[in-house]
Design a binder for this molecule. Structure first.
Ligand SMILES: [Mn+2]
Length: 410
């Protein structure tokens, strides 16, 4: 059996420039600690090695201190006779990782930084022969599917593939850059025993032998929850993949609905304290390791108060201190003034007229015909598609109109 830890997308030298000093330093330290934990796990559990599936680093600026830490941690692995398989990703600097040259002669270091797939054969302590195929890149914007050039498994050794690549069918939040895109079928057709992927930060198994490990610690509010890597145990005709948690700091984001009942900032403070405590009751909060965002949404008589950064900062600091968190960011995502809708509709105003017109826009045939003549449609669009597009544009909701008028946007 061969046992490896698969991790990726650590982005170890991320700057967290938008954060205040204290939080920034803790986030940076947290990344290093998470990586130390992963290295420690490989050594303590006596695994055979560590796979870094790209984006280990984030950019060219690697602080000297961090460089030294990386060298020391890599050395620790090699001293313990653990293999390190590192394939570069789109965020790994191309020519600036000169400090890793130190390990050019190191038999346990296997660096896949070329856009030519590299194929190694190693005899592992168990006596199993491991065939490893991986590649890196020459451009941050690799459009070619280099995985297509990987050789297929041709013997009964254990085959491991490593690549930093976007698989279009994988789950990701928002639009992820299509970097070295390869389809799941391309990877499956290689018939490898395991394929370690990097690039998408959400841990997921695309099949029982192909997986993204996700990143070691979240980098922003989109990367919430536990983070870590995958323990991969490879046998000749079997495989076991087990998630392992390594993150030091944990990001979370919640939506808080403002209600009419909250009429003072003090009531809001109490409500937020209860809400946040409930939301995080299942999370281990030892050592203030949570960084939270609370999105505020809804209509409230407190809207004006919540426009003031000073008030938001004050509320954040109270929640942070009373609950014991690393940081809280209260974000008024869509907060608007409380209005009496029925009253507004019944008034003789431009707003009530606008609402009644918007309700009937889609039924106005003369208007639809005029709009169809506008040069705004793609040549390939059918009549039905054009009508659907017009209806989409005309769909000005009551809420949007009220917002525009009441907030004084018009
Ligand atoms: Mn990437």
């Amino acid at each position: 059996m061969i046992r490896l830890l698969h991790i990726a997308d650590i982005h170890l030298n991320t700057g967290f420039a938008s954060k205040e000093n204290v939080v920034r330093e803790q986030l940076k330290e947290g990344l290093v600690k998470s990586f130390e934990r992963a290295i420690g796990y490989v050594i303590e559990e006596d695994l055979d090695g560590l796979i870094l599936a790209g984006d280990f680093l984030d950019n060219d600026k690697i602080p000297f201190k961090l460089e030294q830490t990386i060298l020391a941690l890599f050395e620790k692995l090699f001293y313990a006779e653990k293999h390190l398989f590192y394939a570069t990703g789109n965020h790994d600097p191309m020519n600036t990782t000169l400090f890793l040259k130190k390990f050019d002669e190191e038999p346990f270091f296997h660096y896949f930084d070329s856009d030519e797939p590299k194929h190694l054969q190693l005899t592992m302590p168990s006596g199993d022969i491991l065939e490893v195929v991986g590649c890196g890149h020459k451009s941050k914007n690799e459009k070619r599917n280099l995985i297509k050039q990987f050789p297929r498994k041709i013997n009964d050794h254990i085959w491991l593939g490593i690549g930093h690549s976007s698989v279009p069918s994988a789950f990701s939040v928002g639009l992820k850059e299509q970097y070295m895109a390869a389809s799941l079928e391309d990877i499956e057709s290689l018939k490898y025993d395991y394929f370690a992927l990097g690039h998408i930060h959400i841990q997921q198994l695309l099949s029982n032998r192909i997986a993204y490990s996700g990143n070691l610690q979240g980098l922003n509010y989109k990367e919430i929850g536990d983070k870590g890597g995958l323990l991969v145990e490879l046998m000749h005709d079997d495989i076991r993949v087990t998630p392992k948690v390594f993150n030091e700091i944990q990001w979370e984001a919640f939506d808080f609905e403002l209600t009419e009942a909250l009429t003072t900032l003090s009531e809001l403070e109490t409500a937020l304290l209860t809400f946040v405590s409930e939301q995080i009751s299942d999370i281990d909060r030892s050592s203030n390791r949570l960084i939270l965002r609370v999105n505020l949404e809804g209509r409230t008589s407190l809207a004006h108060g919540l426009k003031e950064t000073e008030n938001l900062d004050y509320l954040s600091s109270v929640i942070k201190r009373k609950i014991g968190l690393l940081s809280v960011d209260l974000k008024p995502l869509s907060v608007s003034t409380l209005v009496d809708k029925q009253f507004l509709l019944n008034e003789k105003t431009v707003l009530s007229e606008a609402i009644s017109i918007s309700k009937h826009l889609n039924e106005n045939k003369e208007l639809l015909e005029r709009l169809l003549e506008l040069p705004i449609f793609k040549a390939t669009m059918t009549y039905t598609e054009k009508i659907a597009e017009i209806r989409r544009i005309l769909e000005v909701t009551e809420e949007d109109l009220i917002d525009c008028f009441v907030r004084g946007k018009i």
